[in-house]
Ligand binder design. Structure first.
Ligand SMILES: [Zn+2]
Ligand SMILES: [Zn+2]
Ligand SMILES: [Zn+2]
Length: 273
């Protein structure tokens, strides 16, 4: 992993990886129950953390311990990091440092104890992607709604296929996804930055090249309708995930165990590093 060496020395890495939290028996039991249910769903574990009551306190304990050991001083958490995770089958929460180094926490269950520790996720751009855009460079809300293309890259804002988690895509959708990825990369071959897309059918845009979409709608029925549709689609997907989560409850009707069948989850036992 030569790319990370300038950001993260061997000594620092060892110090961070030495930080671990042993879950107390009730948290460990809650973890095991959660992991068994998560294995029944195709979603990556990070997407199921909102059902993991045990996780918040465990993550705080890890961060406190890492701070006390002077091993890790994170920036504000950046939830978008998980979209670029290199090990989504094992990653729980992500934590990011000011210089762009991103770690994720993983749980290891050795049968006797459940341990939480950190692994390298990726090196993100070290600079903050807070480029200042003028009002001229950004689309107005009216332009966005009227379907004007992005003023950065010229691609439309809307009009993609509906985004779905990788494992829920049909082969056709997977091909569309690959084509969209290729179209994006063709325009941004060297942009190692975050991306944005608008709503569930947004095309991919680059945070470095493309001004972000406007905030704050003007009052108009059409806009309100679009917002409602977006909110409804988010709520639908949320409700759908909650429903499938509930179906994983022991004794509930069985749901597809795609993650398990593919061997992605649960992560291997033991504490291999
Ligand atoms: Zn990760
Ligand atoms: Zn763009
Ligand atoms: Zn770009």
């Amino acid at each position: 992993m030569a790319r990370t060496s300038s950001l993260w020395s061997r000594r620092e890495r060892a110090a961070v990886q030495a930080v671990e939290v042993r879950l107390d028996p009730s948290a460990a039991a809650a973890y095991r129950a959660w992991a068994a249910r998560a294995a029944a769903l195709p979603e990556a574990p990070a997407k199921l953390l909102r059902f993991a009551e045990w996780y918040g306190a465990a993550e705080r304990a890890w961060l406190d311990r890492a701070a006390a050991a002077e091993a890790w001083a994170p920036d504000e958490p950046d939830p978008s990091d998980r979209e670029y995770c290199r090990s989504p089958a094992e990653a729980l929460g992500h934590t990011r440092r000011g210089d762009g180094l991103v770690l994720h926490l993983v749980a290891a269950d050795d049968g006797g104890a459940v341990l939480l520790h950190a692994r390298f996720c990726r090196a993100a751009p070290a600079f903050r992607i807070e480029r200042r855009w003028t009002e001229d460079q950004r689309l107005s809300w009216g332009e966005l709604v009227a379907g004007y293309p992005c003023k950065g890259c010229g691609r439309p804002v809307f009009g993609s296929f509906e985004h779905k988690p990788t494992m829920q895509r049909t082969p056709e959708e997977a091909a569309l996804h690959d084509a969209e990825e290729a179209a994006f990369l063709a325009l941004h071959p060297d942009c190692r930055t975050t991306r944005w897309s608008y709503g569930s059918t947004g095309l991919t845009h680059c945070s470095a090249c493309c001004p972000p979409p406007p905030f704050g709608p003007e009052q108009s029925e059409r806009i309100a309708r679009i917002l409602v549709e977006i909110a409804e689609s988010v709520a639908r997907r949320d409700a759908e995930l909650t429903r499938r989560w509930q179906a994983t409850q022991p004794g509930a009707a069985p749901a597809a165990a795609a993650g398990e069948q593919l061997g992605l989850w649960p992560p291997r036992r033991g504490r291999g590093r």
